[in-house]
Design a protein around this ligand. Structure first.
Ligand code: HEC
Ligand code: HEC
Length: 309
């Protein structure tokens, strides 16, 4: 807090030098410039909608009404059936194409949540006149785009209460990115040599498997079944911290450390990996931050950590 205050004072001093400050604005905290935003001004910006439906205004709209609105205001660019006119983006189709060489990313094939569609149309469309649609019109057009993607029937009515219940086919493929970010701890003494810190990242399904050579086969032979099963989980969800020791994580290859940790009993160690814990070195997030893992997968990954060389 102390350093934050000092920063603000420094900024304020700089601001008085650099900016012509009018006498009426001088009094308003903290920099002496501008006026506080009114509730009406904030409401104008506060239009985001969340996957659980939070932020949606009251309203409803049917596929049938949406069809007419869509044809009048959207079809000229996005095509009568959402196929996209010319080089304007398509809004439908592309099912199961994401793993192909040329994935076709559309609302139906790619987007994670229905709320994203409602929010996008409400916020940005139609392209020439964004935010000109009334809530009921956004509901109706959203319903129609869902219909174009075979996600609802032609008699469907979209409302603020049922929107969150419509699941998009690709939702499951979005997952929590557990790469460390702001939870890094500031080091003031006995810090690691920066030249020895390696940051390793991997993205599921994109990063090629590392070190695919003979040593891999030799390793596989010496591992238990559980450890072999846990290796993939380790690579996608644990390696980012435990290979390099970033954020204070015990390093995979540092067998003495693991031996010491195992003195508390394997069950406790596994439990710590599942529920997360704060130790002397840092924070081990629950399941490494990837909450979609099952307890068994985490257990196998711990087994891999223990056995791997
Ligand atoms: C004048 C042409 C035009 C019209 C009319 C138009 N759009 Fe768009 N739309 C665009 C363009 C261009 C983009 C891409 C914008 C970008 O990527 O920044 C887009 C993007 C979108 C997207 C996101 C597509 C994606 O996969 O990223 C949606 C959804 C969408 N429009 C819906 C609508 C709806 C619904 C209407 C009618 C209310 C509409 N648009 C009217 C041009 C148009
Ligand atoms: C964001 C970084 C991070 C990720 C990702 C991560 N860990 Fe950890 N882990 C830590 C840190 C830091 C500690 C040490 C905490 C301490 O002792 O202060 C730790 C400690 C552990 C321990 C020791 C528990 C004990 O009781 O001593 C195990 C086991 C473990 N992690 C397993 C895993 C597994 C399995 C995964 C993947 C599913 C994983 N970790 C992913 C940071 C991470």
């Amino acid at each position: 807090m102390y350093s934050l205050n000092r920063l603000l004072i420094t900024v304020a001093l700089t601001a008085t030098v650099l900016l012509p400050v009018t006498s009426s604005a001088k009094d308003s905290a903290p920099l002496g410039i501008g006026t506080p935003a009114t509730n009406a001004e904030i409401a104008g910006w506060d239009i985001d909608v969340r996957p659980d439906g939070k932020g949606l205004p009251k309203g409803q709209g049917s596929v049938a009404i949406g069809e007419g609105l869509y044809e009048a205001q959207c079809a000229s660019c996005h095509g009568l059936f959402g196929e996209g006119e010319g080089r304007w983006p398509p809004l439908a189709g592309g099912e199961n194409s994401l793993t192909e060489d040329r994935p076709e990313k559309t609302v139906g094939s790619y987007w994670p949540y229905t709320s994203t569609l409602w929010d996008y149309i409400n916020r940005a469309m139609p392209f020439p006149a964004p935010q000109s649609l009334k809530p009921d019109e956004v509901y109706a057009i959203t319903a129609y785009v869902l219909y174009l993607n075979d996600l609802v029937e032609d008699d469907f009515v979209l409302t603020q209460t049922n929107l969150a219940s419509i699941k998009m086919p690709n939702e499951e493929n979005f997952y929590i990115d557990n790469r460390p970010d702001t939870d890094n701890k500031r080091c003031m003494k006995n810090c690691k040599d920066p030249s020895k810190i390696i940051v390793v990242e991997s993205l599921r399904g994109i990063t090629p498997d590392q070190e695919e050579d003979a040593s891999e086969e030799a390793e596989a032979e010496s591992l238990s079944e559980s450890a072999i099963a846990g290796k993939a989980t380790y690579t996608t969800s644990c390696l980012v911290c435990h290979d390099s020791g970033v954020t204070g994580a015990p390093v995979l290859s540092d067998k003495d450390t693991w031996k010491k940790r195992l003195e508390q009993g394997i069950d406790t160690v596994v439990q710590h990996a599942i529920t997360g814990f704060v130790g002397d070195n840092g924070v081990m997030p629950p399941k490494g931050g990837n909450l979609s893992l099952t307890d068994q997968q985490v257990k196998d990954a711990v087994q891999y950590i223990i056995e791997a060389e």
